[in-house]
Write a protein that binds this ligand. Structure first.
Ligand code: FRU
Length: 479
């Protein structure tokens, strides 16, 4: 009787907390726990939120969508991590909890240098969606201790939704006022505000443009001046995550290049109107955002390294999800004269490159030099015969990654996949960087023309590297 009562209590507790899995080991002991990618200490994580850089303290702040009760999506909170180098992260706990206005969905944060909102000079103001059963509205909260704790504004919500999907505000300073990009079903709306509290509708973007296979989420308008590869006339890029409808199934981040006149975003070229452009050509880089106030006018981005198709089924135990390495975004012209958004590993990420080694470490960096006149085949494998096969196809001008035999793919029929990136620029020699961690491979054209992020779950680390059609140098990670 007593035993069954305890069993009942345990079951009730599990049901109440929504827990579907019990951690069976210390969270840091898990074989798939990333060594140099940000992961939650325990339980569920999705989108990076509210990222900003505190220049005076030299600290990068990262908040994220978090369910503290289970390793699957559930009641969303904002949890907080900080880093001095974008490699080592300190967990700072939860800063925003669900309240009577709803759970805490994705959003952004700004440093209010001029005290426009009246919370104090240099207050950190978070702008986020509150989701409740009947709709989604935008709220704000402020921090006067540099982003370590937040107080929700008593006048919330500051922007009421008028349709079902009305979320993910990313706020930037646009000359003399605040500008918000907001995902509204399959369009992006722009709103302006003098004080972060009162918002005026400006315009909508996206009808009949780009990919529309799913709902649009997590938008951001990027001003592409004063960054790597300066291009003389100022352009803007609008990042829009989409789920489903990505090029390899499930979620992915598309982008549009155009002009911003203070009120409307207008796509620049005929090609941009018909073609969907993708930030990343793998399956696992979603809801990518840049850090507000990144140093030197850089656009430093992090994405959620997962895909809604299988994010809740990934074979980790005490935690779920990780973020990509930090990348700098910039514009370049491809061989056909079309502007493209490039991404290179940020200099903070490149600082990971440790000593050259002969042996493939379980977390390392590989630098490939591939001859542009012939195809190349790159195979990462382990003693169990699990492998990831990459191919540079110089005739089709593509780089591909096949993870169909990479290890555990059994948890979802959507996981086994081969992803393909266009090379965009013809080169005599292709330099490719591979960032390998315990459950991920991020491949980059070393000059940033394309990036490809894919998760992998080998039953033991890959310890062989075979390169046909080029050479490889292997580096330890320096942490
Ligand atoms: C994107 C997203 C957002 C939403 C959040 C909820 O991954 O669906 O649109 O705000 O996740 O957790």
């Amino acid at each position: 009787m007593r035993k069954s009562f305890f069993a009942f209590c345990a079951l009730a507790l599990l049901t109440f907390t929504g827990c579907t899995q019990k951690p069976s080991m210390h969270p840091t002991d898990e074989p798939f726990r990333s060594v140099y990618h940000h992961t939650p200490e325990a339980n569920w994580m999705n989108d990076p939120n509210g990222m900003f850089y505190d220049e005076a303290a030299g600290v990068w702040h990262l908040y994220y969508q978090h369910n503290p009760y289970a390793t699957v999506w559930g009641p969303m909170h904002w949890a907080h991590s900080t880093s001095k180098d974008l490699i080592h992260w300190e967990h700072q706990g939860i800063v925003l909890y669900p309240d009577s206005l709803g759970t805490i969905f994705s959003g952004s944060a700004v440093i209010d240098k001029n005290n426009t909102a009246g919370f104090g000079e240099n207050a950190i103001v978070a702008i986020y969606t509150q989701s409740e059963k009947i709709g989604q509205n935008q709220s704000i909260a402020y921090s006067t201790d540099g982003g370590y704790s937040f107080t929700p504004y008593e006048g919330n919500p500051v922007l009421m939704g008028d349709i079902a999907d009305f979320r993910d505000p990313k706020v930037t300073w646009d000359g003399d006022h605040w500008l918000m990009t907001l995902a509204c079903q399959q369009e992006i709306r722009f709103y302006a505000s003098p004080n972060l509290k009162e918002w005026t509708y400006l315009s909508s973007f996206g009808k009949d443009l780009g990919a529309h296979g799913g709902v649009w989420e997590c938008p951001e308008l990027l001003k592409m001046s004063n960054v790597k590869s300066q291009i003389s006339n100022e352009k803007y890029v609008l990042l829009v995550s989409i789920n489903p409808g990505g090029p390899f199934g499930g979620s992915a981040t598309q982008y549009f290049i155009g002009d911003w006149d203070g009120k409307e975003f207008v796509v620049e070229s005929q090609k941009s109107k018909v073609e969907s452009k993708w930030l990343d050509y793998g399956k696992d880089n979603y809801s990518s955002f840049t850090f507000h106030n990144s140093p030197d006018g850089r656009l430093v981005a992090l994405g959620w390294m997962s895909n809604w198709q299988y994010a809740c089924q990934l074979p980790t135990v005490a935690f779920r999800s990780q973020n990509t390495v930090a990348r700098d975004l910039f514009l370049f012209l491809d061989d056909e004269g079309e502007y493209r958004l490039g991404s290179v590993p940020s200099k903070e990420t490149m600082a990971l490159k440790g000593a050259e080694t002969k042996y493939l470490p379980d977390a390392g960096i590989v630098e490939l030099t591939l001859d542009g006149s012939q195809d190349a085949l790159i195979t990462l494998s382990n003693d169990k015969g699990e492998k990831v096969v990459m191919n540079l196809d110089v005739h089709r001008r593509t780089f591909s990654m096949d993870r169909t035999a990479s290890g555990d793919c059994s948890f979802s029929h959507d996981f086994a996949a081969r992803t393909v990136a266009p090379l965009f620029i013809k080169r005599d020699t292709y330099k490719v960087l591979l960032f390998i961690d315990h459950c991920s491979i991020e491949a980059f054209d070393a000059d940033g023309a394309w990036a490809m992020t894919n998760l992998v779950f080998p039953s033991e680390p890959y310890n062989h590297l075979d390169v046909q059609g080029g050479e490889a140098k292997i580096y330890n990670v320096n942490i």
